[in-house]
Design a protein around this ligand. Structure first.
Ligand SMILES: Cc1cc2nc3c(=O)[nH]c(=O)nc-3n(C[C@H](O)[C@H](O)[C@H](O)COP(=O)(O)OP(=O)(O)OC[C@H]3O[C@@H](n4cnc5c(N)ncnc54)[C@H](O)[C@@H]3O)c2cc1C
Length: 417
């Protein structure tokens, strides 16, 4: 019997692992199990679909043929309910048991629901899947009023969808600005202006207190944290993810807001690996455990996990520890936006505004650059990423780093690095 590689999740992490395994090992069995009803699609682009800017076709990445052509057994609409490391099997919702020699859990996360009255009402949307995007698009096309809750990277997509679909929307934020953990008031103000230009009004120090529904159970209004009522036929909520770790409970892996893996995507349990958003991985740059919620990182981790699974099974595959500077861009406005590395961590920071729509913030830890946010001019991103990868001690040279057009050679980097 040939070796069996089983992957839970056909997102970018799971699919990249399947592809890597098949490329390196033509003869092993590869099975990909997903509870979604469609094969891998571009999760980054579903917001453009929901805005009404893109048709369905370009969002799909793999048709089912892609798996057939590679002799990968794709099981759609199949929820994995249990993992049994003792018997090396997984169980599915319909009672099937699948044996594995190596198992990858690339199950991502599920959006959190607001813990307030009527948060499950018809018309209150969460946003993670293509199915969600179809519902959101259809509803936003017909809604006149809306509310968005969640001042982060996914919330702003929902706000932009309201703007794109001419929904007269309020964006309720609990603090005094958008993404307050990564942006100062000065930087966030550029985003707020961008939102206003799209017809979306930020409402600060508010948040959602409860939702009002009509007799059909449809949401009609949002009562914010200050008791103010906002008409909202459409509501979008993006307040974070719960990672899909239930199937790994009691298996011996460490679960702590995600699954602990080392820099090779191995859990502590033999033959069980994890990759993508679900991981709390050992970050070789920070030198501590970290989490990324980005497409590029999930792709890299999936590819690495697939290769490491093969290597651990004795295949002749070379692998390198995960070392990646993640980035995440927003393209809703006239100006570009990019966050990179770990912009919400660190013990030191520096920022500068260059023009109405151009701003930069850098974060440092132990003297090293670890992340930042660029608005308006993304040109320096590759230099910053290089400095992060090099673990260069540069916090004492903030003036050079914040020059409009700085050169790596202008930095005095200590020799021992
Ligand atoms: C609207 C939106 C916009 C985004 N925009 C960006 C962006 O601009 N840039 C960026 O870098 N990132 C963006 N992201 C984040 C990015 O898409 C994720 O980081 C990435 O998709 C994570 O990939 P993954 O494979 O780890 O997890 P996922 O893509 O979540 O895939 C996990 C899969 O596993 C399935 N699954 C879960 N549990 C089970 C189970 N028990 N049994 C079977 N299947 C299961 C899930 O249904 C899902 O299909 C965005 C995300 C969303 C939702």
């Amino acid at each position: 019997m040939s070796e069996s590689y089983v992957i839970v999740g056909d997102g970018i992490a799971g699919s990249s692992a399947a592809e890597a395994i098949r490329e390196e090992a033509p003869d092993v069995d590869v099975t990909v199990v997903t509870d979604e009803g469609e094969a891998l699609y571009n999760r980054i682009l579903i917001k453009e679909f929901a805005k009404g800017k893109l048709p369905e076709a370009p969002i799909s990445i793999h048709e089912e043929d892609w798996y057939d052509d590679r002799d990968i057994d794709l099981r759609l609409n199949t929820l994995v309910t249990d993992v049994n490391p003792g018997t090396h099997t997984i169980e599915t919702h319909d009672g099937d048991e699948i044996s594995y020699d190596k198992l990858l859990v690339a199950a991502g996360g599920t959006p959190n629901q607001l813990p307030v009255e009527n948060s499950d009402a018809e018309g209150v949307h969460h946003f993670w899947t293509f199915e969600d995007a179809r519902r959101i698009r259809e509803h936003a096309e017909e809604a006149d009023t809306g509310v968005v809750v969640g001042a982060g990277l996914l919330g702003i997509d929902l706000a932009a969808i309201c703007g794109g679909q001419d929904v007269d929307a309020k964006y309720l934020m609990r603090g005094n600005r958008w993404w307050r953990y990564a942006l100062s008031e000065e930087g966030a103000e550029i985003i707020h202006d961008g939102l206003r230009e799209k017809g979306v009004e930020p409402v600060f120090e508010s948040g959602a207190g409860s939702f009002e529904t009509n007799d059909d159970g449809e949401v009609v209004a949002t009562i914010d944290g200050n008791g103010v009522r906002h008409e909202s036929e459409f509501v979008g909520v993006a307040i974070g993810l719960d990672f899909n770790v239930e199937i790994l409970q009691d298996t011996g892996v460490t679960i702590e807001n995600g699954v602990h893996v080392d820099e090779y995507m191995r859990t502590e349990v033999e033959d069980v690996y994890a990759a993508g958003d679900i991981t709390q991985f050992h970050d070789t740059i920070l030198g501590e455990r970290a989490q990324n919620g980005s497409w590029g990182s999930a792709k890299q981790q999936g590819n690495l996990a697939g290769r490491v699974m093969l290597e651990d099974a004795g295949h002749d595959v070379e692998t390198e520890p995960f070392r990646w500077v993640s980035s995440y861009s927003i393209t809703h406005f006239d100006f570009p936006f990019l966050s990179f590395g770990f912009p919400t961590l660190g013990d030191d920071e520096a920022e500068r505004k260059y023009s109405d729509n151009e701003w930069r913030r850098l974060t440092f830890k132990d003297g090293k650059l670890i992340g930042g946010v660029l608005i308006g001019n993304l040109a320096p991103q590759s230099k910053y990423k290089q400095l992060i990868k090099d673990e260069a001690v540069v916090a004492d040279q903030k003036d050079v780093l914040l020059q409009d057009n700085f050169d790596l050679e202008d930095l005095a980097i200590p020799q021992e690095q």
